[in-house]
Design a protein around this ligand. Structure first.
Ligand code: URA
Ligand code: CA
Length: 432
């Protein structure tokens, strides 16, 4: 087999066989196929697309390029949730204990964040003592006994994706549905869960800017998952404005606690229920999505979800008293209000721009090597559709520096006030 022939085949609209796709991914991972040939193929795929079968084969070839996590020692149906990434997205912190409270195993492998705020591990580390440096055996035991544990990423998962993604980044081939879908799904499948729930974001703060693109990506990923034997569902959700009110690590932990108490922001709660009900359904703990949602509401009402969060914190070395005393979380030295310059209705809070303002405060990492300040961030006081009077606070800045002129300017640039505006629809669609 010669790579040049396979590039030509795809360039001319042909369908690659399973063997051909395996040859390409194995050869590229081992550096036997050079970057310039892989880029030419990526561009051919960009223009010619891939069939459903090719997409599934590509995904599994990427999975098989490295280690995979074996969760078979954990009892029950393991369901993982994946978000394509947004601003102030606190859903994982809520969903993990919420779903575990229904005896569904949550075996979460998480990473650190890059960009607006930290990742799930960074956020959890805002709780004094909490750590993810646990061994594989302890991880399995914790999930079997308590239904919930989080461990740091380890192992050489999907090396082919790392190479390909970096190559696509510099060859203008990131934006291709078959390549994005196989990239994301390969990582989820290598992480070992039996079923997958996807939160595909759309809007300014999302990778997919339009609802149509998000829908196409969601369908592509759901088909791949189901075609390779992992039950998969998706929610398409709005990320034109940040989710909830909090953007920042400790602030988001507090927001997650409020949500588990039933007092969280309405949009965060709605999205957690939309994703959670798919997780419960796929774990075979409910006969319908409606029944699944009722079960989730019940563990919030009864306090069982909150108890599960305390248990989870304790198991991993953290101080569970933060749940009843969130003031024990790291606090920033300064709280600075950003008043509205005019009255009206909030018409726009551009998610990625306001996320960048949070990053400047130190809530997120600009590069992989940057440090992170767990205490700082932004609290929105208004969301799109809310009326506002001139002088009323739009945002409270939590900072560890006194001079925040740059951040204030960015906040004003990302919030638009108009005469009329309506709150956006949060859940655009569900794909089952
Ligand atoms: N995120 C990924 O992990 N892969 C892509 O290709 C695009 C976004
Ligand atoms: Ca939030």
């Amino acid at each position: 087999m010669r790579m040049v022939d396979l590039i030509a085949k795809k360039r001319d609209g042909g369908e690659l066989t399973t063997e051909e796709i395996n040859f390409i991914i194995e050869g590229y991972t081992k550096d036997e196929i050079p970057d310039y040939q892989a880029s030419a193929l990526a561009m051919a795929i960009y223009f010619r697309d891939m069939t459903e079968r090719e997409r599934a084969d590509l995904t599994m070839a990427i999975v098989n390029s490295g280690d995979t996590i074996d969760l078979s020692a954990i009892e029950g149906v393991k369901v993982d949730k994946h978000s394509t990434g947004g601003v102030g997205d606190t859903t994982t912190l809520v969903l993990a204990p919420l779903v575990a409270a229904l005896d569904i195993p949550v075996a979460k492998m998480s990473g650190r964040g890059l960009g607006h705020t930290g990742g799930t591990i960074d956020k959890l580390e805002a709780i004094a003592g909490f750590h993810v440096e646990i061994g594989k055996e302890e991880f399995v035991e914790l999930v079997n006994r308590h239904k919930i544990a989080v461990i740091g990423q380890s192992g050489n998962l999907t090396p082919a994706d790392k190479k390909l993604y970096a190559l696509r980044d510099v060859t203008a081939t990131v934006n291709s549905i078959p390549l994005i879908a196989s990239s994301i799904m390969s990582k989820k499948i290598a992480a070992g869960s039996d079923a997958i729930v996807l939160d595909v974001k759309t809007g300014a703060g999302a990778f997919m800017k339009t609802a149509e693109d998000a829908k196409e990506l969601a369908h592509a990923m759901v088909r791949i998952g189901n075609n390779v034997g992992r039950k998969t569902m998706a929610v398409i959700s709005d990320m034109s404005q940040p989710l909830g009110y909090a953007i920042g690590n400790a602030l988001e932990v507090k927001e997650a606690i409020d949500t588990l108490k039933g007092n969280g922001p309405k949009d965060l709660e709605e999205l957690c229920l939309a994703l959670g009900r798919q997780m419960v359904f796929l774990a075979n703990k409910a006969a319908s999505l409606e029944e699944a949602e009722e079960k989730l509401r019940e563990v919030i009402r009864s306090g069982k979800a909150l108890e599960k969060f305390k248990e989870f914190i304790t198991n991993q070395g953290g101080d569970p008293s933060v749940v009843d005393h969130p003031e024990k979380l790291p606090q920033a030295a300064y709280q600075i209000e950003v008043p509205a310059k005019t009255g009206g209705v909030v018409a726009e809070i551009v998610a990625d721009e306001i996320g960048t303002a949070a990053m400047w405060l130190g809530a997120g990492r600009a590069t992989k090597e940057s440090g992170i300040d767990l205490a700082v961030g932004l609290m929105l006081n208004k969301k799109v559709g809310d009326p506002v009077k001139a002088g009323e606070s739009l945002v409270t800045i939590h900072a560890n520096r006194e001079d925040v002129k740059d951040v204030v300017e960015n906040i004003y640039a990302s919030i638009r006030i108009a005469d009329h505006a309506e709150a956006p629809v949060l859940v655009h669609d569900i794909v089952t």
